[in-house]
Design a protein around this ligand. Structure first.
Ligand code: ADP
Ligand code: MG
Length: 229
């Protein structure tokens, strides 16, 4: 039965230990995170402290060793793989440090890629893609390939792609990590501006204190758990 929680995203007592040939690698211990509808949080922390691992667990790309994640009352880790994939595709958007755009496809085609699971994009989907591309300032680059774009432009295209299915939750892993200061500022502005307009939930892992400081809620990884900054 479907249960609705007041809190849209809730991670409870998340523990993660990777099993490796060299033995168990404990990474997360008792991590708790709650995000309200429309909420936004930044996560900082040293390299290797488990930020990406936590983001992958929130995004259902990696399962926790123990603990639960619920989004709108659903626990995706109780689903089989096919349902998990559908859940991820419908409700979660990702933006990584590397843009991961398909080099042989135009900006428009890249932005439409996540929508292809529903079949060939219809007119409304194409119009949404074009509007998003315009919002990230790439109207003039719509039919260009990634190789013809600057680093900041590629990341803006990746942001438009992450939003094409209007995800409830947008997860970003060091989204400005590969950019020069000016492009990083543009991407950060867009990220926050689109979040305000769309009222989705936003979790951003970043090394940039400047970007992290712009979030209403600021957390950091400390000793395998999360605390307020
Ligand atoms: P961060 O994003 O904060 O840099 P990560 O979540 O990538 O940290 O990694 C946290 C720790 O977990 C590191 O010590 C890393 O080596 C280890 N780790 C990450 N992924 C794996 C994996 N698939 N298998 C084993 N260990 C891993
Ligand atoms: Mg990382």
């Amino acid at each position: 039965m479907r249960r609705y929680n007041k809190d849209l995203l809730e991670a409870k007592n998340i523990t993660k230990t990777y099993s490796t040939a060299g033995g168990p690698v404990p990474v997360l211990e008792n991590v708790n995170l709650t995000l309200q509808p429309g909420g936004a949080v930044s996560i900082m922390g040293p390299s290797g402290s488990g930020k990406s691992t936590l983001l992958y667990i929130l995004g259902v790309l990696e399962s926790p060793t123990s603990g639960t994640v619920t989004l709108e009352g659903d626990n995706p880790f109780s689903f089989d793989e096919a349902r998990q994939a559908a859940f991820r595709n419908k409700r979660i958007g990702f933006l990584f440090q590397d843009h991961c755009l398909l080099p042989q496809c135009s900006v428009l085609e890249n932005v439409l890629t996540p929508a292809l699971v529903d079949g060939a994009p219809d007119a409304a989907t194409r119009a949404r893609a074009e509007a998003l591309i315009e919002q990230v300032g790439l109207r003039e680059r719509m039919h260009h390939r990634p190789g013809e774009l600057s680093g900041g432009e590629k990341q803006r295209a990746a942001l438009a792609r992450a939003l094409i299915r209007e995800p409830l939750l947008l997860l970003c892993d060091e989204p400005t990590g590969n950019l020069d200061q000016r492009s990083a500022a543009t991407v950060a502005d867009l990220l926050l501006d689109l979040h305000t307009r769309r009222k989705n939930m936003l979790v951003v892992v970043t090394h940039s204190a400047e970007l992290a400081g712009r979030f209403p809620e600021r957390l950091e990884m400390h000793g395998q758990t999360l605390r307020r900054r």
